[in-house]
Write a protein that binds this ligand. Sequence first.
Ligand SMILES: *Cc1c(COP(=O)(O)O)cnc(C)c1O
Length: 375
Amino acid sequence: MIKKQLFTPGPTEVPPETLAATARPVLHHRKEGFKKLYFSAVSNLGKIFRSSGEIFILATSGTGAMETAVCNFTSSGDKALVVVSGKFGKRWKELLNTFGVEAEVLNYEWGRPADPGDIKEKLEGRKDIKAVFTTLVETSTGTLHPIEKIASVVKESPAALIVDAVSGLGCDVIETDKWEIDVVVSGSQKALMTPPGLGFICVNKKAKELYEKNERKNYYWDLKKASGRHKNNQVPYTPAVNLIAGLEQSVKMINKEGIENVWERHKMFSEATRAAMDKLGIEVFSESPARGLTAIKIPEGKSFIIKELKEKFGIVVAGGQAHLKGKIARLGHMGYADKSDILKLITALGVIVEDFSGLSAALKAANEIFKKYAK
Ligand SMILES: *Cc1c(COP(=O)(O)O)cnc(C)c1O
């Protein structure tokens, strides 16, 4: 027997309490029981987005929430600036192109973070750029973008800032209201430790009129229609009731720990993983590593590690995407993860590459990080 465990940057492990919540009998979505559940899910999500703005829970994956944002915050013929440094930035660009938005692209080498100075330069004197689309964590490379600084330069222009935080929300720091981010998009199956199938859009208080005044017409994915129902803790069509029950359980658990503690825990995981990789002679890929996953360069001649982690130890990690396929492995440590999971991952890697002196040093280095955080 092999016990499987997800160490992927989405989907992620789901707590048993959450799985149990999704298995409860179906509630009718127009009755009081669901309204209470929905209110609790939304209020708890708000504490994680760090926003008193409006939150939409959509029956779709993260990409569906991204598409909904494009459709509700842009119209055909608009201009937008988009940061592309990996697969998910590229997805913004593809979505914008699909919906008739002229996307100006700021390209960065995969693994590099965006430079807020470049965005400032691009926006200077430009009143025609409606929005800047970027990513909190570029999951394809494990890279954190400096969103606080980006927000401070976008604020100086008339453009709105729209951030994909699908893998970043709940592990890397994001302060939607304080940093004045207009729109943040996320999804259920990453650090929010809920099964796949829900997408979220958080609209900062000041940004509400952006979708209210938008010209494009939408039907199912119309935020105006959804917003009208929110006052009564309702959504326009039948929601994914049981996934929302699971979500409600997970976001309550996150807030019980405290979002700031959750951020710290992920910082500890990423530091411990990097310190251990160093001792195993494995290089970290990103120049600006995220907290929820660590992308590593696959060592020369060790292309078997992803397959063997799974086959020998049930540890499921992700490979590289596009041109990084076969070159990197992405180790997820987001959401429902603890220190013993990190030790398990490090140990399995060390055993597979049969570097036992490196492994001993790696475990020591990880433990030093744990001790630092325990203070
Ligand atoms: C996972 C992810 C998405 C969405 O992917 P779905 O498969 O549609 O849920 C979008 N952006 C980022 C940064 C992601 O990590």
